[in-house]
Design a protein around this ligand. Structure first.
Ligand SMILES: Cc1ncc(C[n+]2csc(CCOP(=O)(O)OP(=O)(O)O)c2C)c(N)n1
Ligand SMILES: [Mg+2]
Length: 383
């Protein structure tokens, strides 16, 4: 039975037209035949795929060589950081839950590089290390949080799933699937209420996308015209369940239609595509036109968390994704075509490995919180 399911899942993942990790072909065929969603008769302005059309006109962000190198460094930092976190977990230096972001790096970097960090806020689920690194936050304090040390960004009391940096307007780090979407709606309401010109980027998974609170938030966000970008990181699995087995509609960008939220379908394995899509989506929201729903097609290489041996999919499936869609290799190819040498890029990797090794040393050697810290940061004492 399991073998049959695995075969079915493997077959379901045909290459899509965006060259992103694939979708089930049944819904795909349906989507092609219907084309753009028909506008309701009383609202000729609403076209589900209007932003998609704009994005597809310039599908890869025209990055300068410096920007491209920066994206490469940032994605590689996430990859090496997560590999090291996996090792420290294996050594027993990190405890509890730990969800790695390996494979999904282009999503956080492509989107967050387009933010205005003085105004915009970000909120995500428990797979959050990469989103923090995308801000340029010191890897030492993130790694120290993983090892539960006082110097950690949540004073060693939050761990992998509960990291925050209000200084950067990063509001976590949430372990309750889907909860961050409703909280993101609140952040967007605050942006609007305070007239600070910011938007909220709220990430959630393909599994979370089936939760009721997501749609309650869609409704209110559209009704109140809130400045929010909903981002479904479709990494094709929710724990051990393939999205094609749990979701009636796996083309997640269509799910805002009932609320008149325009959708965008983006190859989340190409950082330049993600960035190009972000430009279109953020512009729409900043112009006061209300929320956007982005579907980022991606793939997680590791198990759901460190305790998942990932027996629900074949090694070949993972290898195929790595070989043909890897976001770092893809950008490396573009950089080399643009004149960078293999040696230049090896030097970048060497530098990043050093930064990550130093972060790990720091996280292993810095002190644990005092026992009295158990009683602090539990309740908000003053409003
Ligand atoms: C409300 C709630 N239900 C169930 C869980 C257990 N759980 C943790 S992660 C997860 C799967 C979520 O998958 P997805 O949204 O696709 O995110 P991904 O892990 O792929 O990033 C589930 C069911 C939870 N943490 N919270
Ligand atoms: Mg998922």
């Amino acid at each position: 039975m399991r073998a049959a399911n695995q075969r079915k899942n493997a077959l379901a993942k045909q290459p899509s037209k965006t060259n992103a990790p694939a979708k089930q072909s049944k819904t795909k065929a349906k989507a092609v035949s219907t084309g753009d969603a028909a506008a309701p008769p009383d609202d000729s302005d609403f076209i589900l795929r209007s932003l998609q059309t704009e994005f597809e006109e310039q599908k890869r962000f025209n990055a300068t060589p410096e920007q491209m190198l920066k994206f490469y460094e940032q994605m590689l930092l996430i990859r090496r950081f997560e590999e090291k976190a996996g090792q420290l977990y294996g050594l027993g230096l990190i405890g509890g839950f730990c969800h790695l972001y390996i494979g999904q790096e282009a999503v956080a970097i492509g989107l967050q590089s387009a933010l205005d960090n003085d105004r915009d806020s970000v909120i995500t689920g428990y797979r959050d290390h990469g989103h923090m690194l995308a801000y340029g936050i010191d890897p030492k304090v993130i790694m120290a949080e993983l090892t539960g040390r006082e110097a950690g960004i949540s004073k060693g009391k939050g761990g992998s799933m509960h990291m925050f940096s209000t200084e950067h307007k990063f509001y976590g780090g949430h372990g309750i699937v889907g909860a961050q979407v409703a909280l993101g709606g609140g952040l967007a309401l605050a942006h609007k209420y305070n007239e600070d010109g910011g938007l909220c980027l709220a990430y959630f998974g393909d599994g979370a996308a089936n939760q009721g609170q997501v749609y309650e938030t869609f409704n209110m966000a559209a009704l109140w015209n809130l400045p929010i970008v909903f981002v479904v990181e479709d990494n094709q699995y929710a724990m051990g369940t393939a999205s094609s087995r749990s979701s009636a509609e796996t083309r997640f960008h269509r799910r805002g239609t009932a609320f008149r939220i325009p959708g965008m379908e983006v190859n989340g394995m190409d950082v330049l595509e993600v960035r190009a899509a972000a430009e279109v989506a953020f512009k729409h929201v900043r112009e006061g036109k209300g929320p956007v729903l982005m579907e980022l097609n991606t793939y997680r290489y590791r198990g759901h968390s460190m305790s998942d041996p990932a027996k629900y999919r074949t090694r070949e499936e993972v290898q195929e994704q790595r070989d043909t869609h890897d976001p770092i290799e893809r950008l490396k190819k573009t950089l080399i075509e643009g004149g960078k040498s293999e040696d230049d890029l090896k030097a970048v990797d060497k530098g990043i490995r050093k930064v990550v090794a130093e972060a790990a040393d720091f996280a292993e050697t810095s002190p644990e919180p005092e026992a009295s810290e158990l009683y602090t940061d539990v309740l908000v004492e003053n409003y």
